[in-house]
Design a protein around this ligand. Sequence first.
Ligand SMILES: [Zn+2]
Ligand SMILES: [Zn+2]
Length: 131
Amino acid sequence: MTSGRPDPAPTYAQQQLRAGTTAAGLRHLLQYIQSEPAVGQALALIDTSELGGPLDEAGLQLLLHEAEAEHDRCAALAERDARRQEAGHLHGAACTCGHSDTLHTRHMTEDDRLPCNHPDCLCHDLAFVLR
Ligand SMILES: [Zn+2]
Ligand SMILES: [Zn+2]
């Protein structure tokens, strides 16, 4: 929102229109779910508390993009933590390249590597010296 003023409260007529539109969309969706249970199963996987707007195609694409990015980020962080714990180090421990594990990428490469993000560092995969 760019204007500092809060939106005026919607009138009942506007609320009625909105509720009617939502209900129409939900009825349509429920018909699909009843004839196509796989649609319902797919929808059940979506956490609606993450939704910030309509569930249209653009909204779904955005959600998908965010979910994939979050998945990648967490996969990289989980891998980082697993490697660090395996080597018996604490959070923030240094990689063999000398930089902290937190300086390494949060996006796993195609071939499951975690390169260092530090400029000029040639470290191509996070590794710890075993304790
Ligand atoms: Zn490194
Ligand atoms: Zn490094």
